[in-house]
Write a protein that binds this ligand. Sequence first.
Ligand code: ADP
Length: 410
Amino acid sequence: MNVLVLNCGSATVKFQIIATDLERIQRNTDEKLAYGVIERIGGEAIINFGTAESPTIRSTATLRDHKAAIETIISWAHSETTIPSIKSVSDIHAVGHRVVHGGERFKDSVLITEEVIKGIEECIELAPLHNPANLRGIEAATAAFGRGIPQVAVFDTSFHQTMPEHAFLYALPYQLYRRYKVRRYGFHGISYRYVAYRYRQLTGCSKENTNIIALHLGNGCSIAAIKNGISIDTSMGFTPLEGLVMGTRSGDIDPAIVDYVAAKEGLTAREVDLMLNKQSGLLGISCLTNDMRELLDEVRENNDRRARLAIEIFCYRIRKYLGAYLAVMNGTDSIIFTGGIGQNAPVIREEVIKHFAWCGIKLDPEKNYQTTKEGVISTKDSHVSVMVIPTDEELLIARDTVRKITSARP
Ligand code: ADP
C-alpha cells in the first residue's frame, strides 16, 4: 500500500510517500519512495521534491491553495520515473495526516469520517493556528483523490492522553478545566511514540517495561516521561509554549510577566502571546537566530556572549526538567535524545548530561561525538543508558494509517 503522509501548515505542505502494509510493518521493511516540502502556498510557492533514488529538486510555481499543492505533489509523483510503483493517482492508496490537536476526544489515531472532521473542528479553539491548516489538508486531499480514498488522522496530543490527573491538571480554579478544558495536553506525541517503539526494537524491551525519559529537541522542544510504555508527564502544556526553551518560544515564565509587559509596552495579551511564541527562546536571548547550529557557530567563531548565554539557558532548563523527570519516574532505564538538536548536537547532549555524574549517568565522549545516527552514547558502567534515536514521525503516521484502514475492513 502506498501511503501519502501529509503534514499541512498554514502555508506549507510537507509530505512523504511510503510503501507499507502489515507485513512490511512486522518485518520493518517499509520503503520511503518520495519526500518533499512546498512552502509559501498562496503565492509563488517554493517546491522541493526528492525520491529515494534521486536528489532533491527545487522549483517554483504559483499555487493558490493546499489543493493545488497536493495536486502538484500527485502529478510530480507519477511523472517521476524513479518511482516505478506510482503511475497514476490510483497508485496512492491512502492518506495519513498529522493533526496537531485532538483534545481529550482523540486518544488514538482514527479513520477520517464526517464526524471526525467535526471533532477536529471542535478542537480549533485549542489550536487556532494548527488545526485549521490540518483540516485544509484533509479537504484538499478529498478533493484531489475523491471521497473513496481512506484517510487517517494521527494526533500530536494522543500519546499524552494517558497522563494522570495530577500531571495534566493545572492548579487553577477547577471550573476552568470543567468549562473550557484548560489542562496540559502535551505535543510531539507522534515523535515520542516512534522513539519508544524504536527503543523497544533496539533493546528487545517489552512495552510494559519501557521506562524512558525522551527529549525532543528541534525548533520546538519538549521532554516526556514514559513509564511502563505510556506517557505520564510532558513539558508542553495547554499549548506548545510551556516547558523548555525553544527556537523562538520562551518555555516556562512567570505568568504575571504577560500583564506587566503588556502594560509597559502598550501591547494586548494576544500580542505578548505572539512575542512569547515567535520572538523569544534562543532568538530572543541571542538577538541573532533561532537556529542552534548558527548559535554554536557564533560561539565557536566569534565567542559571541549572547549566543553563549542563549545556549546556557537552553541547556540549564533541560537540566532542571531532566532532574524533575528522574524524580517523576523514580529513576529511568534510558534517556533518549531526538529532534534536529538532540540528534545532531553532541555538545548540547554533553552540556546537559555532565551534570548527572553525581547519580552515575555518564556519557562516553567518543560515542557521543561519533554517533551521527542512532545508538548508545553512555559508558558501559553508566547507571542509565543515554541514547540517540532519530525520530521518524512520517513512518509512524504511515503505519497508523495502514493499521486503521486494515482494522476498519469487515
Ligand atoms: P523541527 O522542529 O522544525 O522539525 P528540527 O527537528 O529539524 O526542526 O530541528 C531544527 C533544529 O536542529 C535547529 O535549531 C537546527 O539548528 C538544529 N540542528 C540541525 N542540525 C544541527 C547540527 N548539526 N548541530 C546543531 N544543531 C543542529
